[in-house]
Design a protein around this ligand. Structure first.
Ligand code: SF4
Ligand code: SF4
Length: 223
């Protein structure tokens, strides 16, 4: 999931102060779990704006805010509210915000959140970064622990000389990723595979901006 945090509210209010009417968009997926764009957060933002003398024309919780066509369909019942809206506030990740940019061609769109990383919720509202979307996954060679993300240096064949009692030299708050990899591979009887040298990281596998057309790939596969 995409982990988000709320942006500085004073800063946001300063940026949007020239608008009088707002339509609020949340997301029922990651932003809801992060507590940045679910039903309670939409209600709190509505209350804040109305307290500041602004008009809120509607609040809307997208099923999956980064799904452009689905969100477009879900927004149909809000046509009248949107007609009297000056500004759209999106309370999801950067992808959800850009769904709104795609859909609202004639209205300014503002993001209320910072998008931080792709991660897992390990306990309620506690998130760990687990994948850097490197474009060339090596989890099958590292016992399922990601060195690209969990090692601050992204070392492909570790550990480095600074590892210390299972901790990372960059910060003693962090477990050394390569000690985690070793432990995991030992526990799962894969240590033999650790003797193989991993290739240098192909950073070109992660170029920006990336696109993926799965339909085209399927068609190619049938030729
Ligand atoms: S190796 Fe790359 S794709 Fe695989 S988990 Fe790590 S960052 Fe993500
Ligand atoms: S101590 Fe471990 S996690 Fe830290 S930089 Fe070195 S190999 Fe990476």
């Amino acid at each position: 999931m995409i982990i988000t945090q709320k942006r500085n509210l004073d800063d946001l209010m300063e940026n949007i102060k020239r608008y009088k009417s707002f339509f609020l968009v949340g997301c029922s997926e990651c932003a809801s779990l992060c507590g940045t764009g679910g039903t309670p957060e939409l209600a709190a933002m509505k209350e804040k704006l109305e307290g500041d003398g602004k008009k809120v024309t509607g609040t809307f919780l997208a099923k999956t805010g980064c799904q452009v066509l689905g969100t477009k369909v879900e927004l149909k019942p809000y046509k009248d509210a949107l007609a009297e809206t000056e500004c759209i506030l999106v309370m999801s990740c950067g992808a959800g915000t850009q769904t709104a940019v795609d859909l609202f061609k004639d209205k300014p769109v503002y993001a209320t959140n910072d998008s931080l990383f792709l991660g897992n919720m390990t306990r309620m509202q506690i998130f760990d970064e687990r994948c850097s979307l490197c474009g060339e996954c090596i989890l099958d060679k590292t016992g399922g622990v990601c060195p690209v993300t969990a090692c601050p240096k992204g070392i492909m064949n570790g550990p480095c000389g600074g590892t210390n009692n299972g901790k990372c030299e960059v910060s003693s708050d962090i477990d050394c990723a390569w000690v985690k990899i070793y432990t995991r591979m030992k526990d799962t009887d894969q240590l033999e595979d650790m003797k193989k040298i991993n290739k240098p990281k192909n950073w070109a596998a992660h170029k920006k901006p990336m696109t993926l057309n799965v339909r085209e790939k399927k068609e190619e596969g049938t030729k």
